[in-house]
Design a protein around this ligand. Structure first.
Ligand code: ADP
Length: 757
C-alpha cells in the first residue's frame, strides 16, 4: 500500500468465486461518487493468496464462500501474513453468529451483500483502511520502544505486546508472530508473586527489569518493563567501590595513626635535645646551626600535624571536644609562643580578651588554639611593618551568643579576586611569597574545617597593601554568656599610653573601654610630660620603644620630679634588659606581648592604688626563679627523660623520674609530689593503670596527674580522663605550654611570683 495510490485511487482485491457477484460488487464500487476504485478479481482461494503476495492492496473484500473453503478461514490465515491489508467479509446469508466470528477471525468489518450500497461500501472501506494505518503506526511504536509493553483488556487478557515485553517474559523472540495471548498470560503468571507484579525482577536470561503499571480508559492495564541491568550493575559496582574506598581510607587512617606515633616520638627527642643544647655554651656558628635544626624540626612537626588532622577529618574521625577552658589562658599561651617570631621581624603583637569572658567557656580548646595560632602565624608571616592585633570578645545575634576572634594585621593584604583560594587545601595566594615565607597551604583549609565542625564561620576582609582581618565566629552555649560584672572595674581611671598607634594602642584602648576607663595616646618625643596634663587618677603606660626617644623625661617622671602624688606607671618591654635602659622596679614591668595578664596586673595595682615605687637599684637577673613545685615524671624513654630533666630544671623545677608505672606508684607513696607527668605507653605497667592505682592511695587521691602520649587517636584524651588523669598533653611536648602550666600551678600552690609571667 502506498500513500499516493491511496490518495488518488483505492486498489481493492475482491475474493469471490461467483463471476456475477464479482461484477455486481465492482459496479457498486464504480458508482461511488468522487473516488476511484480499481478492482482486481481473485476467483479462488489460491489466486487470492497469489495476488496478495504479488502486490500490495489497500483492502480485500472477501466473500463468505470461496469454493470449498470459507472467507473466515482466508481472513484468519492471510490476515496474519498480510497484516497491512484490512479485510472486509461479504456475506449473502443472515446469520447472527457471523458478526462475532468475523471479528474473531480479524475482519475489519462485515457487510451483507444484498444490503450494500455505494456509500455503505465506500465508508466501510475508508474506515478499514484508516484503522489499519493506525494499527501499523501503533505496531511501529511498539516495536521501536526500548521498553517492553503488554496491554491487557479489562478481564486481564493480553491484547497487545511487543518484542521487548516477550524478552522480559522469557518468550522466544523469533516466534513473535506465533505468540498467543495465552503465551503472554503464562509469562506474566511466572513473574507474578502472590498475584502481584514485582517492582523489579530478574528474567531467565539474567537481565533485570523494572515494572510499571498504567491504566487505559476502558478499564484495561498497560504493563511496562524497563531493562535496568546496566544500572543495577553500575550501582553494585559503585557500592563495592565505596566499600573498598572506605576500607582503604580506614587502612590509611590507621596507618597514619601508627606512623604519627613513630614520627612524633623521635621528633620529641630531636626538638627537646636541640633545646637542651641551646642552653650549653655554643659559639655563634654552632648556635646558628642549632637554630636551623630547631626551626626545621618545628616546621616538619607542623606539617606532620596538619596532614594528620586533614586525614582525620577526611576519614570522619575528627572529634570536636566540648570541655571547659579559659579563652584568656589559651590566648596568653598562643601569643607568648608566637611573640619571639614577631619580635624577630620587628613587628608588634598584642592581644585583647574581653574581660567579660573571664569565666570559663565550653568548647574544644585544642582546635581553637590551632585556629588562633594559624591566623596569628600567617599575620606575622605576611607583615613586614606595623603589627598584629588579636581581639576576642562575645557578640550577641538573634538572642544567641557567639565567640568572636579577630586577627588583624598591617601586612601585604590579599587581592579580592584571590580570596576564594584562601580556604582551599594546598592553595596559596601568591607562589612567590610562599617561596619567601614557606608554608603548605593547609593552615586556612584546616581552620575552615575546624570552624565548620564547631558550627561556626570564618571570613576574611583585606585591603591589598594595607592589611587583612580574619574573623572567626563560634557558637557560645547559654551557660557561657558574658559576665558583665567585670566591665566597670577601672571606672574613673585614665590610661595614658606613651607610644604610637598600632597593636599595643588598639589593645589598651579596647581594655580601657571594656573596663570603664578612658585612654589617651601620647606620641613619643620631647615635651611628653607637658602634653600629659593633670595626672590625677592617671595610669601612665610607657611603650619601651618610646622610652628610647623620650628617655630623660620619663626618667624624671619615674623619679617623681613632677611633684605632687606619685602617678602609677608601667613599662611595657620585651624583657628587663629591653626596658629602654630604665632603672625600674620589676613589678612595674609588663612583658610583651601585652594581653590579659598584663592588663590584670594593671587593674590589681590601680585597685590597690599603691603609690608607685620609684626605681631603686639594678633589676634582678633574667634567669627564672627557683620553683617550689615538686614534679614526678613517669617516662620509659631515656632520651625523653634527659630532655625533660634538662628543660624543667632549667625552668627552676626539681624533678624525679620513674621509668614505669610501678616505680611511679612507689615514688608517690614515698614523697609529697605536687604534680605527676605520666607517659601513657610504658612497659610493665602503663600510665593509665598506674594512674588508677595512684588514685586508690591517700597520697594520690587529689594529686594532679597530666598524661603524655605521642599517639593522635581521638580517644586518647578521653582514655586519660577516664583513668583519672586531670589533663592530657600530646607529644612532642610543647615545653612553653607545659612550663606555663607548671608556673601557674607553682604560683597557686606556693605563691611564687614569676618575673616574666
Ligand atoms: P600557608 O601554610 O601557605 O600559609 P595557609 O592556608 O595558612 O597556608 O594560607 C594560604 C595562603 O593564604 C598563604 O600562602 C597566603 O598566600 C595567604 N594568606 C593567609 N593569611 C594571610 C595574611 N594574613 N596576609 C596575606 N596573605 C595571607
Amino acid at each position: 500500500m502506498t500513500q499516493s495510490l491511496a490518495q488518488s485511487e483505492t486498489v481493492v482485491l475482491l475474493v469471490e468465486d461467483d463471476r456475477d457477484d464479482f461484477f455486481l460488487t465492482q459496479d457498486v464500487l464504480q458508482c461511488v461518487p468522487n473516488h476511484k476504485y480499481s478492482v482486481v478479481w481473485a476467483g479462488s482461494y489460491e489466486r487470492a493468496n497469489f495476488e496478495l503476495l504479488e502486490r500490495s492492496y489497500d483492502v480485500a473484500l472477501v466473500d463468505y464462500r470461496i469454493g470449498e473453503r470459507t472467507g473466515l478461514e482466508f481472513i484468519r490465515e492471510a490476515g496474519r501474513r498480510f497484516p497491512d491489508t484490512p479485510m472486509i467479509l461479504l456475506t449473502g446469508v443472515i446469520d447472527p453468529h457471523i458478526d462475532r466470528a468475523a471479528e474473531e477471525a480479524g475482519a475489519a468489518d462485515f457487510l451483507e451483500k444484498g444490503a450494500i450500497t455505494p456509500e455503505l461500501l465506500d465508508r466501510s472501506i475508508r474506515y478499514a483502511i484508516k484503522n489499519a494505518r493506525r494499527r501499523a503506526i501503533l505496531d511501529a511504536v511498539l516495536s521501536n520502544s526500548a521498553a517492553g509493553i503488554v496491554a491487557l483488556d479489562r478481564s486481564g487478557v493480553p491484547i497487545l505486546w511487543n518484542k521487548q515485553a516477550l524478552r522480559a517474559l522469557a518468550i522466544e523472540p523469533e516466534a513473535v508472530a506465533a505468540v498467543t495471548s495465552g503465551n503472554v498470560s503464562e509469562g506474566l503468571a511466572k513473574i507474578r508473586s502472590d498475584g502481584r507484579l514485582p517492582e523489579q525482577f530478574a528474567a531467565a536470561t539474567g537481565e533485570v527489569f523494572e515494572t510499571g503499571i498504567g491504566t487505559v480508559p476502558s478499564d484495561g492495564q498497560v504493563i511496562v518493563f524497563h531493562e535496568i541491568t546496566h544500572r543495577i550493575r553500575a550501582e553494585e559496582l559503585l557500592r563495592k567501590s565505596v566499600a573498598e574506598a572506605e576500607a582503604a581510607n580506614m587502612a590509611k587512617s590507621s596507618f597514619l595513626a601508627t606512623m604519627s606515633h613513630e614520627l612524633r616520638t623521635p621528633m620529641n627527642g630531636i626538638l627537646g635535645m636541640a633545646r637542651v643544647l641551646a642552653n650549653t655554651p655554643l659559639d655563634h656558628e654552632q648556635g646558628a646551626y642549632l637554630d636551623t635544626i630547631r626551626v626545621s624540626g618545628e616546621s616538619l612537626l607542623g606539617i606532620i600535624n596538619d596532614v594528620l588532622d586533614l586525614s582525620k577529618i577526611e576519614a570522619g574521625h575528627m572529634e570536636i571536644e566540648n570541655v571547659e577552658y579559659r579563652v584568656g589562658d589559651l590566648v596568653n599561651d598562643v601569643t607568648r609562643l608566637l611573640a619571639p617570631t614577631a619580635r624577630a621581624k620587628g613587628i608588634d603583637l598584642a592581644a585583647f580578651v574581653d574581660p567579660q569572658l573571664a569565666g570559663s567557656t565550653r568548647g574544644d580548646p585544642l582546635r581553637v588554639r590551632q585556629i588562633i595560632t594559624n591566623l596569628i602565624g600567617n599575620a606575622i608571616k605576611f607583615t613586614e611593618e606595623g603589627g598584629v592585633t588579636l581581639s576576642v570578645d562575645a557578640i550577641e545575634s538573634g538572642g544567641a551568643h557567639q565567640l568572636r576572634i579577630r586577627v588583624n594585621d598591617t601586612g601585604i593584604g590579599i587581592p579580592e579576586g584571590k580570596r576564594d583560594r584562601l580556604f582551599k587545601r594546598f592553595s596559596q595566594v601568591d607562589a612567590s611569597t610562599t617561596r619567601m615565607h614557606g608554608g603548605t597551604g593547609l593552615g586556612l583549609a584546616l581552620c575552615r574545617e575546624f570552624v565548620s565542625l564547631m558550627g561556626g564561620h570564618i571570613d576574611c576582609d583585606s585591603t591589598p597593601g594595607a592589611g587583612s582581618t580574619f574573623v572567626v565566629l563560634l557558637p557560645l552555649s547559654g551557660a557561657d554568656a558574658p559576665d558583665r560584672s567585670r566591665t566597670r572595674q577601672l571606672s574613673g581611671w585614665r590610661m595614658a599610653l606613651i607610644g604610637r598607634e598600632g597593636p599595643l594602642a588598639n589593645v589598651i584602648r579596647a581594655y580601657a573601654a571594656s573596663s570603664g576607663a578612658t585612654m589617651d595616646l601620647l606620641a613619643c618625643g620631647p615635651n611628653v610630660l607637658q602634653r600629659l596634663g593633670p595626672t590625677q587618677s592617671t595610669a601612665i603606660i610607657i611603650d619601651s620603644n618610646a622610652a628610647k626617644s623620650a628617655r630623660d623625661e620619663i626618667v624624671r617622671l619615674i623619679a617623681g620630679e613632677r611633684g605632687g602624688t606619685p602617678t602609677p606607671f608601667f613599662v611595657i618591654a620585651d624583657s628587663v634588659a629591653d626596658a629602654g635602659g630604665l632603672d625600674i622596679d620589676p613589678d612595674l614591668l609588663l612583658s610583651r606581648p601585652f594581653g590579659q595578664q598584663a592588663f590584670e596586673r594593671i587593674c590589681n595595682r590601680l585597685r590597690r592604688r599603691a603609690p608607685t615605687t620609684v626605681a631603686r637599684g639594678t633589676i634582678a637577673p633574667a634567669a627564672g626563679p627557683q620553683r617550689s613545685l615538686k614534679v614526678l615524671l613517669a617516662e620509659d624513654n631515656e632520651p625523653n627523660q634527659r630532655v625533660a630533666r634538662a628543660i624543667l630544671r632549667g625552668a627552676g623545677y626539681s624533678i624525679d623520674v620513674a621509668s614505669n608505672g610501678h616505680k611511679a606508684i612507689e615514688l608517690v607513696g614515698q614523697k609529697p609530689y605536687d604534680v605527676v607527668l605520666m607517659d601513657v605507653n610504658m612497659p610493665s605497667m602503663d600510665g593509665l593503670e598506674a594512674t588508677q592505682q595512684i588514685r586508690q592511695t591517700d597520697a594520690g587521691r587529689a594529686l594532679p596527674i597530666i598524661g603524655l602520649t605521642a599517639s593522635v587517636m581521638d580517644g586518647d584524651r578521653q582514655r586519660c580522663l577516664e583513668a583519672g588523669m586531670n589533663d592530657h598533653l600530646a607529644k612532642p611536648i610543647d615545653w612553653d605550654t607545659l612550663i606555663a602550666l607548671l608556673n601557674r600551678m607553682d604560683t597557686e600552690v606556693y605563691g611564687t611570683q614569676a618575673l616574666a609571667s
